[in-house]
Design a protein around this ligand. Sequence first.
Ligand code: HEM
Ligand code: MG
Length: 256
Amino acid sequence: MKTFILAFSAVSPVLAGFDTWSPPGPYDVRAPCPMLNTLANHGFLPHHGKDISREVTENALFEALNINKTLGSFLFDFATTTNPKPNATSFSLNDLGNHGILEHDASLSRSDAYFGNVLTFNHTVFEETKSYWTDETVTIQMAANARQARINTSKATNPEYQMSELGNAFTYGESAAYVVVFGDKTSGTVKRSWVEWLFEHEQFPQHLGWHKPTEMFQEGDLNRYMELIQNLTNTEQPGPGCPQARSLKNKRTRRA
Ligand code: HEM
Ligand code: MG
């Protein structure tokens, strides 16, 4: 028996890893989150995308992205709130698309619920986002500009536009994440080719030079960059010392 297991494991494919990737099959489910889909396509999360536990989530985020388990556990708690079953202790990737819990309008690569499917990649929406990534290296300022542009477009075109306080916090978190979780948290930048590949293929772009971040990513890093994006949003501010500037800033702080 032991020999059989050894022989079998020697020939069986590795089920999870950066070199393992396959797209979702007809019975697999996916999320409105390009990163969780990528993790499932590589097998760090179950490829079927269903009934994902806390431990599996923490391990996947840690092994693929060096996200510490405290932050992984914190994100898992949000994910379970989208599972319609009461007192759920797991979630499926498609639960995350339940509109108005975590999923929100003005996504970077998905339609608003009013217009269509919030789970699948939308080329037109993503073209708008990409138009704000104006250099080979995407900066936090560019991420802030893209985020705000998508919100402006949704407000102008979607008669049922909505953004809850939690949804809004997630928009900051997501824009920070593609730059500093997937990219470089020290410089606050990411290569445009990497992030485009991630969104468009839901695959880690190792062939473009991407590798797993060497530094551990923690909750404090996320908070710092979310705050920075907030500060870099609405850059058309009256100069410092001007009374208008102070009242605008106060209003923005109250709304945030
Ligand atoms: C989008 C959940 C981890 C990057 C989303 C959305 C949800 C979500 C619900 C959809 C929001 C919307 O656009 O309507 C989660 C959960 C995670 C997780 C529960 C962990 C357990 C990550 C990580 C990254 C990431 C580690 C790192 C890059 C993104 C990005 C979007 C997104 C960039 C925006 C997609 C878009 O606007 O089109 N995530 N996510 N997420 N997530 Fe995640
Ligand atoms: Mg959305």
